[in-house]
Design a protein around this ligand. Structure first.
Ligand SMILES: [Zn+2]
Length: 366
């Protein structure tokens, strides 16, 4: 009789625990963290809650800022012998997250590595997390290895590996270890031969090592490849080429960029500025007038042309151009969907063409 009573009571306890657990899950779906937390506490208190309830309670504690308590709960579950594989994976990932929150990146990385080995995990997101912890620790080589694993399982590509190596080369350059930086950057180029940031840095390293010609080659490649980095690369090129009076070379580089990307603002205006510097005023004016016909919104182009008109044209022509520029500056740019380039006169938050939300801005995709 006594045993039977106990059994009944345990069964009651289990079912109340189950109820609290289910309530907690519902509240989590409703995004009601606070009451989900209370329900999970109830589920765990009465004893018979499933492992998942403990894991979730721990992660909620971590999110509330109590990573220490989260570690305790998660750690206590690791000794359970009846965990399913998925429960084990969840548990290890949560423990690693707890350690990361506590600032213990070393332990976080090792926890993930253990999980990967013992549970045969192939989720690239886990390898990216390992890489992040090693990166935080300054162990870039290990971080790189982890990212290579992430690539193996389809999480990232060669472009990202090259970019990562670029960041670690940047640290080496700051420490003036140009020899090692160059090695790392060359490894990056093997992943992505057309990576403009890597080429730009290789140019910097070459300059630091006194090899100006090599620096010019690399910066030039970067400027031709990337509209976003053209400005930076051209400034570097101008600095070394103007110094040496090699104007013909820099003009050729501007030309290459304009051939690669018709209408590149930086290269077009730099060419005009170069003409102006060389006293080729009419060439500069003609180039700018053509440019502004095609790209009327270029404020930099207009300013440069105004400075030329002020000196070389009569006041009436200058005034007409200024009036036109003022009118132009009031014209509103269309709003453009960043996913499908659909244009709209007024701001939108839903794209009627590609069905995306919050994709409109006034910026064009270059
Ligand atoms: Zn769209």
């Amino acid at each position: 009789m006594g045993i039977r009573m106990f059994w009944l009571r345990k069964k009651d306890k289990d079912s109340s625990s189950q109820q609290s657990y289910i309530t907690a899950l519902k509240r989590m779906i409703d995004d009601n963290q606070e009451s989900a937390f209370l329900a999970l506490q109830d589920a765990v208190k009465s004893g018979g809650a499933p492992t998942d309830a403990y894991i979730r309670l721990g992660s909620l504690l971590r999110e509330r800022g109590d990573a220490g308590k989260a570690v305790q709960i998660h750690q206590s579950l690791t000794v359970k012998t009846n965990l399913s594989k998925n429960e084990k994976i969840e548990l290890f990932l949560n423990l690693a997250e707890d350690y990361a929150h506590l600032g213990n990146s070393e332990r976080s990385a090792r926890t993930l590595e253990t999980a990967v080995k013992t549970l045969n995990i192939k989720d690239p997101a886990v390898f990216i997390k390992i890489g992040k912890q090693y990166h935080v620790l300054g162990q870039t080589e290990k971080a790189y290895e982890a990212l290579k694993d992430a690539k193996r399982y389809g999480g990232i590509g060669d472009r990202e590996l090259a970019l990562y190596l670029g960041s670690s080369a940047e640290q080496l350059i700051e420490r003036e270890d140009t020899k090692e930086a160059k090695k790392v950057l060359q490894r990056a180029l093997k992943h992505d031969a057309d990576s403009a940031p890597i080429l730009l840095m290789l140019g910097d390293v070459a300059e630091l090592q006194g090899d100006i010609d090599e620096a010019i080659v690399k910066w030039r490649q970067a400027a031709v490849l990337s509209p976003q980095l053209a400005d930076t690369a051209l400034h570097k090129l101008e600095r070394v080429l103007y110094d040496k009076g090699r104007f013909g070379e820099i003009e050729k580089i501007y030309e290459d960029i304009r051939t690669a990307r018709g209408g590149d603002e930086t290269a077009s205006l730099a060419t005009a500025a170069l003409y102006k510097k060389q006293g080729r005023t009419e060439d500069a004016i003609q180039l700018l007038e053509e440019y502004i016909t095609v790209y009327p919104g270029s404020a930099r182009g207009r300013l440069l042309l105004i400075s030329l008109y002020a000196k070389y044209r009569d006041p009436d022509a200058l005034e007409r151009f200024l009036d036109d520029s003022i009118k132009q500056s009031w014209e509103r740019k269309p709003f453009v969907c960043q996913s499908c380039q659909f244009q709209s006169e007024s701001m939108r938050w839903h794209c009627p063409r590609c069905n995306a939300f919050d994709t409109f801005s006034t910026d064009y995709e270059i």
